[in-house]
Design a protein around this ligand. Structure first.
Ligand code: UDP
Length: 491
């Protein structure tokens, strides 16, 4: 007799994960896929050849880990990306690899053309129980329906920006506003939130794009978010009112120690950079260092980079600055010699989650990308916000006004559009860094709040926690869907 629980006697669920093609969307989605695999789900990740090296380390790690009671199982399948057909350079298969803004529409057109290849693959992979795809792949809702399976949306940002996006679509509060810099309120939210048109992501300003996203959301089975209930409780309730879909808050994922090693081509160089950075931090006092990083997609003008460098120098505090810019003509003369011993400039891929978890790091200047927010919150460090693009200005409101765990670097006019951006002066950054690492009751209170949230985040993903249980609900719900499908086939 089979002594296993009934759930284990059945064929495991088979979920196909199809991430968006850029690293910051892949990181959390792969972690979620890995967690599902460790909970007994058979996982197939679909991506394109030039992205395979980013996925493989997670797959190897999951498959090499015998987990009780299930042996994780993850596979990778590749579909070709037609870069050349859409006027993109060979191997340009990631948003961050697109060489010029004018080619971004080509990148999306090539992405939309993957429908046929994914359709063929889904047939080949049968039986499949659900397709989990990035919110950007709006066309996959209809594709999953054609295959008779549910589609789950992976939403790369949190519930707060998602609710703002939905309310903006439904109420169009900016219609009576004549200037891009005039603040207006977003109605219907649990907290007062004011934005300007200039600070709203390109997508939030496009009714067409918002309409597509909203429609594919309403026709999907539910939404998976890298967040946890205690971080955004009001918005978990609110989201359901506006878009009555199931929401699975399964984060925080990808905390320090769970990230795969930097999947860079120059692996050794990445490891050497990691070791040197962590050794540098080892020699610093607790909470004395500010970490400065702006994710994978933010660009800065040369003038802005120069002010940034001078601001860190003027702050007088130790810093680690992750620099992604090409060329360094803008670098103030003798800069690295002047800050030597106090400031470390990391070029290339930094082990961000590990840096943030280091006891020496007490403050974080960041761009409000959602993964970065989750990593900063879960590391329990005081935050300074400097949003640059996309939904980052909206997320800043959550951190500064709702959760009160961050201080803004700049409160003057800001815009998502490069041509409209004002150069934030060095003094503004120096002031924010001094506030973060310099102490004072205001920052102590911020740090207390963020540390409480960090503890709640750890509880959420532990067995029995809210995120652990949301993953259980997701698995059970999809099992029920399978039974219903089988019944209707038999009937
Ligand atoms: N990241 C990293 N090292 C780097 C730059 C980025 O580990 O040098 C990771 C970071 O930890 C986060 C992700 O890349 O997990 C960036 O995602 P986020 O959503 O914050 O920002 P985006 O890149 O989409 O702007």
């Amino acid at each position: 007799m089979d002594s296993r629980a009934p759930e284990q006697q059945q064929q495991p669920l088979h979920l196909v994960f199809f991430p968006f093609l850029t690293r910051s969307h892949m990181i959390p989605m792969l972690e979620i896929a890995r967690i599902a695999a460790e909970r007994g789900v058979k996982v197939t990740v679909v991506t394109t050849p030039a992205n395979a090296h980013l996925v493989q380390p997670t797959i190897d790690r999951a498959n090499s880990r015998p987990a009780f009671p299930h042996q994780p199982h993850m596979d990778l399948r590749l579909i070709p990306y037609p870069s050349a057909d859409f006027g993109l350079p060979d191997g340009c298969e990631s948003l961050s690899a697109v060489p010029a803004p004018a080619l971004v529409p080509n990148f999306y057109a090539a992405l939309f053309s993957l429908r046929g290849a994914l359709d063929t693959l889904l047939r080949d992979l049968r039986p499949v129980d659900a397709l989990v795809s990035d919110a950007i792949h709006v066309w996959t809702t209809a594709l999953a329906a054609e295959h008779g399976i549910p589609r789950l949306i992976f939403q790369v940002f949190g519930l707060f920006p998602l609710c703002v996006e939905n309310e903006t679509y439904l109420h169009r509060p900016y219609e009576s506003i004549s200037s891009r810099s005039e603040p207006f309120s977003i109605p219907g939210l649990p907290h007062p939130v004011k934005l300007t048109r200039a600070s709203m992501a390109e997508g939030f300003n496009s009714l067409y794009m918002l309409g597509l996203l909203h429609e594919s959301e309403l026709n999907s089975y539910g939404v998976i978010v890298n967040s946890f209930y205690a971080l955004e409780p009001d918005y978990a309730e609110h989201y359901y009112k506006v878009a009555p879909r199931k929401v699975f808050l399964v984060g925080p994922v990808g905390l320090a120690g769970t990230h795969p090693p930097a999947a860079e081509k120059k692996e050794e160089k990445a490891t050497a950079c990691r070791d040197a950075t962590l050794r540098w931090l080892d020699a610093r006092e607790e909470d004395s260092v500010v970490y400065v990083s702006f994710g994978t997609l933010c660009e800065f003008s040369e003038e802005q980079l120069r002010e940034l460098a001078l601001g860190l120098e003027a702050s007088g505090h130790p810093f680690v600055w992750v620099l992604r810019a090409e060329g360094e003509k803008w670098m103030p003369e003798g800069y690295e010699e002047r800050v030597a011993g106090r400031g470390l400039v990391v070029r290339g891929w930094a082990p961000q989650a590990e840096i943030l978890a280091h006891r020496a790091v007490g403050g974080f200047v960041m761009h409000c990308g959602w993964n970065t927010v989750m990593e900063g919150v879960c590391a329990g460090v005081a935050l300074a916000t400097w949003p640059r693009r996309f939904e980052q200005f909206v997320t800043e409101k959550l951190l500064v006004d709702v959760l009160k765990i961050a201080t803004p670097v700049w409160e003057g006019f800001s815009s998502v559009v490069d041509e409209e951006k004002v150069v934030v002066p060095a003094e503004a950054l120096a002031k924010a860094v001094k506030r973060l690492v310099g102490g004072g009751e205001e920052v102590a209170a911020m740090r207390r709040r963020v540390r409480e949230l960090a503890a709640m985040g750890r509880q959420a993903v532990a067995e029995g926690g809210s995120s652990y249980e949301d993953m259980s609900c997701l698995i059970q719900g999809l099992m029920l869907c399978r039974e219903e499908r089988n019944k209707s086939r038999e009937g």
